[in-house]
Design a protein around this ligand. Structure first.
Ligand code: CP
Length: 308
């Protein structure tokens, strides 16, 4: 079995192999056991310093990385652009180089612009982990989603996963498509035609604008938020109308002739992409995803620290 990753950065799922993904998921199994012990901390990243550099808002990813780093005994720096000298005109590269001058080994970066993690990987020596670059990739979200599917079903291969919602603006959708396909799952994307990118069928996924068809087809529905903050024009008439045609309700799930599993990367807009009784139902593994995120990020940090 492969013991180390084939890469020294985690930039996107597109760039890593099936074996890399399996190594991360297997390593996460060990860390999931660790974080459920009374003593949750291990010394694996002692003497490693990690900077979490977030230029966009985050709750789950940021806290999850910070907790994963602390559970591994790393020294942790947290940077938020809203309270930094970026506001005084400093460039991204100057900001990052100043942080690195403090002897930082690894950088976790979230940025609104596509490609920033790749730009940093070309220009600085630290290991880079992409925590979400614009509408492009969010690799650790896809890994924790795959881990959660594997945990629920025993394997990802052969499972049918429908990704439902704002596919056009979603980095979660693209990373999930790459990750699930590498692991042998079938993928459907479903949403209003205006929120389905034209290139998407070329990725080998099924495409639908009929949410009932998607739910009837899938074993797992990964439901995404409408990302109004990234929309430069009106792609849907209103959130109310979106909910009417694409919102997942308990009645829809009850009308299926099988049980399906509901996932969501968060943050949820209750009453838009799904109703509260779906989000909080026995179908939902949304909080399991959050729990698994810590173990998966511990695995990524641990494996990349071997490349420092
Ligand atoms: N899933 C996710 O990326 O959530 P945050 O934006 O809260 O980090």
């Amino acid at each position: 079995m492969q013991q180390t990753l084939s890469v020294r950065h985690l930039l996107g799922i597109k760039e890593i192999t099936k074996e890399d993904i399996q190594l991360i998921l297997d390593t996460a199994d060990n860390f999931k056991e660790v974080i459920n012990r009374p003593i949750k901390k291990v010394p694996s990243l002692r003497d490693i310093t990690v900077a979490n550099i977030f230029f966009e808002n985050s709750t789950r990813t940021r806290l999850s990385f910070e907790l994963a780093e602390k559970r591994l005994s790393a020294d942790v720096l947290n940077f938020s652009s809203s309270s930094s000298s970026v506001k005084k005109g400093e460039t991204l590269l100057d900001t990052v180089n100043n942080i690195l001058a403090m002897k930082v080994d690894m950088v976790v970066i979230r940025h609104q612009s596509v490609g920033v993690p790749w730009f940093l990987a070309r220009n600085i020596t630290a290991n880079i982990i992409n925590a979400g670059d614009g509408t492009h990739e969010h690799p650790t979200q896809a890994l924790l989603d795959a881990y959660s599917i594997k945990e629920k079903f025993g394997e990802v291969a052969g499972k049918k996963v429908a990704i439902i919602g704002d596919i056009l603006h979603s980095r979660v959708a693209l990373s999930n498509i790459f990750c699930l396909q590498k692991l042998g799952a079938e993928v459907m994307v479903c949403g209003p035609k205006t929120l389905l990118p034209k290139y998407i069928a070329g990725l080998g996924v099924k495409v639908s604008s009929d949410v009932k068809e998607a739910l009837q087809w899938c074993d797992v529905a990964n439901v995404l938020r409408i990302q109004l903050e990234r929309q430069q024009m009106k792609y849907i008439p209103s959130l109310r109308e979106y909910h009417l045609y694409f919102g997942i309700t308990k009645e829809m799930l009850d009308s299926l002739d099988k049980e399906i599993t509901i996932m969501h990367p968060g943050p949820i807009n209750r009453g838009v992409e799904m109703t509260s009784d779906v989000a909080d139902s026995h179908h939902s593994i949304i909080l399991n995803q959050v729990e698994n995120g810590v173990a998966v990020r511990m695995a990524v940090l641990y494996l990349l620290a071997q490349k420092v």
